[in-house]
Design a protein. Structure first.
Length: 182
């Protein structure tokens, strides 16, 4: 009888810990603070924006098929959350593109920051896209680089980057949504 009570108690304790682990926000460390000037010449300081609402940092380039596939999903997150989330589009590695025209022509509601190479290196983002969620306490709650790698089903055929991007972007956005809702 005593053993049964101990086993039941341990099971309850373990299930409580599992439930807590599934609902507790992920902490991937603290975000560095930084200031970069937007395309209108206005200084943008991460800590000031994050104090008001969570901030999605998108490190992107106009030539990147993964960025192009991801951006409509990020815009839908912006629609879902309204003023409850801010998206900073940090353009880097984009010598020949026109990020201002790209954002304008697509109608994205993102704050555009150009020449963000130094900011990207703070987060160890060296390729596109980089996707990070910073909460009001300047904690990193999501980092695309920390997601498990998702592979396309092997069909034996060569897969283009655009096809791979169309497959991965909804997964990335779904994981970002989970982090936003924690």
């Amino acid at each position: 009888m005593r053993l049964a009570i101990v086993v039941i108690s341990l099971n309850l304790l373990m299930s409580f810990n599992v439930a807590m682990a599934q609902t507790a926000p992920v902490d991937l460390g603290s975000s560095p603070d930084w200031t970069l000037t937007d395309v209108a010449g206005v200084p943008v300081t991460l800590s000031e924006i994050a104090a008001e609402q969570p901030v999605i940092l998108l490190f992107w380039a106009t030539w990147c098929p993964y960025c192009k596939a991801l951006m409509p999903h990020l815009q839908s997150i912006r629609f879902e959350h309204g003023e409850g989330v801010k998206i900073l589009a940090l353009n880097f590695k984009d010598e020949d593109g026109d990020p201002v025209a790209f954002i304008r022509d697509k109608g994205y509601d993102f704050t555009l920051l150009e020449n963000a190479e130094e900011i990207a290196s703070l987060y160890k983002v060296y390729g596109t896209p980089g996707l990070i969620l910073v909460d009001r306490d300047m904690k990193i709650r999501f980092n695309l680089l920390k997601l498990p790698r998702l592979e396309l089903p092997n069909t034996g055929e060569k897969v283009s980057n655009s096809t791979r991007a169309a497959f991965l972007a909804p997964y990335w956005a779904a994981e970002l949504r989970k982090a936003l809702n924690e």
